[in-house]
Design a protein around this ligand. Structure first.
Ligand SMILES: [Zn+2]
Length: 464
């Protein structure tokens, strides 16, 4: 399986710079980068003339084979990681859930068992905490246990009663445990009282069609929760990672805190950068049922500007493959599972944005690869093109325009929220630890992906 590959004359883009060079892969790692590298003892030479060569994307926020207890996505780890490979993603960091009654070890072990040997690319895990122990000492031990398991980040929610919701006291306790151990806390930020009350008003008014999904979850709910989380995390001296920041106001609050020295990280997703709430009034609101919902067109413009100005630190997808049948089973947003497929379209959409002059390609690489790898303790094994790094590489062909359409994608959801959108270029090849896992529409191999343990974040060392 292992081979020596030489990638010749690619336009290499890293988080630090851009240059034309060859990359020599020996077994699973990058052996050398330079010009005129010798072809002898090479099993395969790949001519990358005219192609961009990037470190494989590290998607820090995916939900492959998600079972919430109410809804279950239609994919599994073989399918989900194939979709990732087709999208130029070489590492996904997904979630293990600590279900009520379980320890974190049990939750993480169960997720490893589910994944088995199905993954095509490497993966890391975060741990969703649902049922916190009453004892602070035990909660701190849970966090220490996570680090032992190679899981350096937890995830908590401010909403979704009764399964995931944590009240402010639990949040503060968790932040203190995280600060004491070095775990990074990822937060879903929506004020539960606001979204619950808005939802109840819509239900009373009989306005439960999918078109009302966005109305139920106003932007203010996110901003309020982010504001509060920043306050609580600062009080506990805990680093904070806000997932899927959908509003410019949330991103601004996080960035202002960071500028004052607080270790606060803003993640956004392609859906909040390239889609707006007009989808809900259109013929296909089912394509945008997710939490948080899509926002106003004005907000999208401001979110893009914040991305360009460096206020967003990390891009994840929140990828989640519920099927079109699940999305359209009933025209009721309170009964429709939230989450959209996004792994395969993220890089093309972001490359299109960047290559039109809106974002330096080095910054794109930071956002989709280097920064997530650093934040979750995988760098420079992942997120880098340098000797000694894993040979996780994507070859992107910038020529030509492609139309995104569900039929051409490799997932099982049967739809894409980006249907009909034009993107610049396409992923030509994806290499995972020296194995060609995606080659111009084909998947030459299966399995072989491994768990990559993360180390605790050193937020002081993060370059923004
Ligand atoms: Zn998510």
């Amino acid at each position: 399986m292992e081979a020596n590959i030489l990638i010749k004359q690619g336009r290499i883009i890293t988080g630090q710079g851009a240059f034309v060079a060859d990359i020599a892969i020996r077994d699973e790692q990058i052996a050398a980068i330079g010009t005129g590298l010798p072809e002898k003892e090479t099993d395969r030479v790949i001519d990358a003339d005219g192609l961009f060569v990037l470190p494989g994307a590290v998607d820090p926020h995916t939900h492959i084979q998600l079972d919430t207890g109410i809804y279950r996505t239609a994919d599994d780890w073989a399918i989900g990681t194939r979709v990732a490979a087709a999208g130029g993603v070489t590492t996904v960091i997904d979630f293990a859930t600590q279900f009520p009654g379980q320890t974190v070890q049990e939750g993480v072990r169960a997720r490893h068992d589910e994944i088995g040997d199905k993954a095509l690319i490497d993966y890391g895990l975060h741990c969703m905490l649902t049922d916190l122990p009453a004892s602070d000492a035990e909660l701190r031990q849970w966090h220490a246990d996570l680090l032992e398991l190679g899981v350096p980040a937890s995830k908590l929610y401010t909403t979704y009663r009764p399964n995931y919701y944590q009240d402010d006291d639990n949040l503060l306790r968790a932040f203190r445990a995280a600060a004491a151990t070095g775990v990074l806390t990822m937060m879903h930020a929506e004020n539960d009282a606001i979204v619950s009350a808005e939802t109840a008003r819509l239900v009373t008014a009989g306005q439960t069609g999918l078109a009302f999904h966005g109305t139920a979850r106003p932007a203010l709910a996110e901003a309020e929760a982010v504001h509060r989380l920043l306050f609580l995390a600062a009080a506990a001296r805990a680093p904070l990672y806000v997932v899927h920041s959908s509003t410019a106001q949330a991103v601004t609050l996080i960035g202002q805190a960071r500028r004052q020295g607080q270790p606060a990280i803003a993640e956004s997703c392609p859906q909040y950068l390239f889609l707006d709430e007009s989808v809900y009034a259109g013929p296909h609101p089912e394509r945008a049922i997710m939490q948080p919902p899509l926002r106003s067109r004005e907000n999208v413009a401001r979110e893009q500007a914040l991305l360009q100005q460096g206020w967003i630190n990390s891009i994840g997808t929140d990828h989640c493959e519920y099927t079109l049948a699940q999305k359209t089973a009933v025209d009721d947003f309170t009964k429709t599972p939230g989450g959209i497929p996004s792994l395969e379209t993220s890089l093309p959409l972001l490359f299109t944005f960047a290559s039109s002059g809106k974002l330096p390609l080095t910054r794109l690489v930071q956002l989709i690869s280097t920064n997530p790898a650093r934040i979750f303790g995988l760098y420079p094994r992942k997120g880098a093109l340098q000797p000694g790094s894993d040979a996780d590489i994507v070859l992107y062909d910038p020529s030509g325009m492609q139309m995104i359409t569900a039929g051409a994608l490799h997932g099982v959801s049967g739809y894409t929220p980006y249907e009909g959108m034009q993107v610049t270029g396409r992923v030509r090849m994806t290499i995972s630890r020296g194995r060609i896992v995606y080659d111009d529409g084909a998947f030459p191999t299966s399995g072989g992906g491994r768990f990559v343990p993360g180390t605790p974040v050193e937020t002081a060392a993060l370059p923004w």
